[in-house]
Design a protein around this ligand. Structure first.
Ligand SMILES: [Zn+2]
Length: 162
């Protein structure tokens, strides 16, 4: 009994060692991909599974990047390479934290000029968009942004209620 477990263990160890090596290579590639995409407006998520937005239809979809895959990815809606990594917006229109973050396609990711505003709450969304949290100052809405520039978002008293 003990002997068979031992020999089985030895075999598994070899297999596990290979799996770890392959897994490590995949993770390294994934990290590499995401750091490249970070400069294009990636979320910097730790996993290879990300939220994407189809630039043609504006619809969001989850997608797991596979080895060697390049951006943009094939969208299930258009069937073409129009899927871009989405930024997640976690705010509501009144500056509260949203229970379910919304995937937003950055203009820069889609090759459009100008800042990106969330279609859900109308607030500024940037590359590597910071996650929303209670007590944080919400990003400016489009009108706030245009009226006061980037620095005016800190004047919202409602953000300090809690
Ligand atoms: Zn939003």
């Amino acid at each position: 009994m003990a002997a068979s477990i031992q020999s089985g263990g030895g075999f598994l160890q070899t297999k596990a060692g290979k799996a770890v090596a392959i897994g490590g290579a995949v993770v390294a590639l994934g990290v590499c991909l995401f750091s490249v995409m970070g400069s294009l407006g990636g979320t910097g998520v730790a996993s290879n599974r990300g939220n994407f937005v189809d630039a043609e239809t504006g619809r969001a979809f989850a997608h797991t990047l596979v080895r060697g895959e390049t951006m943009p990815v094939v969208s299930p809606y258009s069937g073409k390479r129009t899927g871009y990594l989405a930024e997640m917006c976690g705010w509501t229109r009144d500056g509260k934290v949203r229970s379910e973050p919304v995937p937003v396609l950055l203009n820069q990711a889609a090759g459009k000029p100008g800042p990106t505003f969330c279609p859900d709450c109308g607030r500024l969304v940037v590359a590597n968009n910071p996650a929303a949290a209670e007590g944080m100052t919400p990003p400016p809405t489009e009108s706030e942004y245009r009226a006061g520039g980037k620095g005016r978002a800190g004047e919202q008293p409602s953000a300090r209620d809690r």
